[in-house]
Each structure stands twice: as structure tokens, then as C-alpha cells.
Write a protein that binds this ligand. Structure first.
Ligand code: PMV
Length: 358
């Protein structure tokens, strides 16, 4: 019996009385990318990310006993039918394992700290905050005190909703997926803690290149990996890169750190370009900024570099100690961002529970 079934088997048939809970969870940025999945949202390779400080989602859920499952969603004061349907599917999946989620009214209200149209994926922070609410419900019903297992459980649920969300239930760095060097696994993420203190101070200037919705979403992208002729090479490279990254983070080898993460970012986009059908999410300004970052690094010798999500935005990573020299450079890139938008983010401490006033 897996970890999840084991926990759910202790739930009663029905919720006895209403329960309200609210969590705020961060978005995260992957340094070694998860790209390609199998089975029930299991990753084809391990990934390593850090949780962000500023880009967060707050979710409040009122769970009420009911005759059948009903999921309603208020996203920043409006309905969002597409996301509500996705969440309904998520909760139906839980109902297939335990009757408990078959007869419950789930009323969700959610908002992000980052602009809705910024082109930042909110699924990681949204699903992580929802999963934390579900874990709170389960711990409340089974009268358990929060322990390490609480976050594992939340990560497990988050993963079922959105793979990368599994890593957003922790602060700092985390790893999701089996590796041969860390005690990590495919079912839920675990914190990654053995690194040089310099990595506490990592900063992330998110250069927003386009506000449009992605032409091809992540779930299509993951599925296209199953027929990608380079998939096996990619999975082997990801494994090597994760080992290398863990090593460079331990020793504080910053040059190698940026070499690995840039290779990862470009390899992710290369996979899209060699999919069938092939596609491209980078925009001309993404490439222009990548080149500017390389030139600036060569001319100053500073430790900085980039990573990229499954979209055109560039995450410029640097360290707090170099802020004075790097900030004017970041400002010089503002002209290439849509509506001049940049989000100044960095390593965050992870999710927090919100104490309810009503
Ligand atoms: O969790 P998903 O299905 O949105 O996939 C996320 C994929 C990347 O952001 C590109 C990489 C990652 O590891 O977060």
C-alpha cells in the first residue's frame, strides 16, 4: 500500500462538521527541469527547484458535509471555469480512493500576489496551497498534530494536481523524483538542504517578456515527450545535471552552477523544438536578454545567469552580495519586457498557514 492510500484509509466515511482553513504557498523555479511524465503524474526524471519569496497564492477552503462532491471556485473575485473543472477532477481522483471526498462541498477562494496576466505559471502555488488545505483537513479529521508527514502528504496531493506543485510545499530548495544520490522519490518532494550558505541569498529577477497565454501548455508538452526521439537522452542528462548541481551547490562552485542551470533551461526548450509537432515558446526578446546576460557576465566576471520556465520569461539569477552592480544591469533590460514588467523575487521560506479571523 502506498503512502497516500495508507493515510486516506484512516478517514471516516463523511465529514462530521464544516472545516475552514487557509494556506499561502509559493511558486517555485526549477533549476533541473521536470519535463515528461508517466502513470499518475510521476516524473520521468528528478528535478530540483527553489521556492520563491514574492510569487505566492493564498487559498481559503470551506469544507462542508454534503450528499455529493461539489467544487466551487472564486479566483480573485471571479469565476474561472477551466481551473474549477481541473480542481473538480483532482478531488474526484481523491474520491476514487476514499468515500470521504465523494460527499463533500468544497468552496475555494484563491488569489495570487503576482499579476494574473504576467505569464507566470500559478499552478504550482495554487495546487500547493490547495494540497496544504487538504492535508490540514485530513490532520484535523484524524486529530493528528502537524509533523514531517504532513508536508509529505501535502506534496503528494500537490503532485497529483500539478507535478511542479509537489516542490512548492517547502521553503528553500527541494527535490522531487528518484535520484541515486539523495533520499528522494517520485511520489512527493523532499527538502534539499546540503548546500553552501551562498545559496541562501539567491535572487531572481523575473523578466516578463510576454503576458499572453502560452501557445502550448505544460501538460501537452509533457505528453509530447513520450514520442520525442531525444527523450531518453534528456532523462539521462537531467540525472547527470542533478548530480552535478547537487555537487556544485555543496562546494559553492558558482561558475559550474550557472553552466548547469543554463544547459537545463536551454535543453528544456530544445525538447519543445524537437517534439512532434515542434514548437517554440521563446520570443525574440528572450534570446536578446540571454545574450545580454552572457555579455554582462563575461565583461564583469560576476556570478549571474539565467533559467527559463516553459514560457518566454527569463529568470535572471544573481546573489544579494552583487546587488549594487547587478540592479542597474537589470534596469537596462526593462525595455525588452512587456509593459516594462519585472518581478524582483528570490529564495523564500515556504508556505504559511493563515489564521482565520472569522
Ligand atoms: O507542473 P507542470 O506540469 O506545470 O510542469 C512544469 C514544468 C516546468 O516548469 C517547465 C519545469 C519544472 O520542473 O517546474
Amino acid at each position: 500500500m502506498n503512502f497516500y492510500l495508507n493515510t486516506l484509509s484512516f478517514l471516516p466515511i463523511n465529514l462530521a462538521e464544516p472545516f475552514t482553513v487557509s494556506w499561502t504557498a509559493p511558486s517555485n523555479i526549477a533549476l533541473v527541469k521536470y519535463w515528461g511524465k508517466h502513470g499518475k503524474q510521476l516524473p520521468c526524471n528528478a528535478s530540483l527547484s527553489f521556492s520563491l519569496r514574492e510569487s505566492r497564492t493564498t487559498t481559503k477552503i470551506v469544507f462542508t458535509p454534503a450528499k455529493e462532491l461539489k467544487v466551487s471556485l472564486d479566483f480573485e473575485g471571479a469565476e474561472n471555469e477551466k481551473f474549477r473543472e481541473r480542481l473538480e477532477k483532482f478531488f474526484k481522483g481523491l474520491g476514487e480512493v476514499t468515500h470521504f471526498f465523494k460527499s463533500i462541498d468544497i468552496c475555494i477562494s484563491s488569489s495570487n500576489t503576482f499579476p494574473h496576466s504576467a505569464g507566470i505559471a500559478s499552478s504550482a502555488s495554487s495546487l500547493a496551497s490547495i494540497a496544504l488545505c487538504v492535508s490540514s483537513l485530513i490532520y484535523h479529521v484524524t486529530q493528528k498534530d502537524v509533523d514531517d508527514g504532513f508536508y509529505k502528504l501535502a506534496s503528494y496531493f500537490a503532485r497529483l494536481g500539478s507535478g511542479s506543485a509537489a516542490r512548492s510545499v517547502f521553503g528553500g530548495y527541494s527535490v522531487w523524483g528518484h535520484t541515486n544520490i539523495l533520499a528522494s522519490n517520485d511520489e512527493f518532494a523532499v527538502p534539499f538542504k546540503s548546500y553552501d550558505p551562498i545559496f541562501h541569498d539567491i535572487q531572481d529577477a523575473i523578466l516578463l517578456i510576454s503576458e499572453s497565454e502560452k501557445r502550448i501548455g505544460s501538460s501537452i508538452g509533457h505528453n509530447l515527450m513520450s514520442k520525442n526521439p531525444f527523450a531518453d537522452i534528456r532523462y539521462a542528462n537531467a540525472q547527470k545535471n542533478l548530480n552535478k548541481l547537487a555537487d556544485t551547490m555543496k562546494t559553492g562552485n558558482l561558475k559550474q552552477f550557472f553552466e548547469v542551470i543554463e544547459q537545463e533551461a536551454l535543453e528544456l526548450h530544445a525538447m519543445m523544438m524537437v517534439s512532434n509537432p515542434p514548437y517554440l515558446l521563446l520570443e525574440p526578446n528572450s534570446i536578446l536578454i540571454i545574450n545580454r546576460i552572457k555579455e554582462f557576465r563575461e565583461s564583469t566576471g560576476l556570478n549571474l545567469g539565467f533559467t527559463i520556465d516553459a514560457g518566454p520569461n527569463i529568470h535572471l539569477l544573481y546573489f544579494e552580495k552583487d546587488k549594487e552592480e547587478v540592479l542597474p544591469f537589470i534596469e537596462s533590460l526593462r525595455q525588452y519586457c512587456e509593459k516594462g514588467r519585472i518581478i524582483f523575487d528570490g529564495l523564500g521560506n515556504g508556505p504559511v498557514i493563515n489564521h482565520m479571523t472569522t
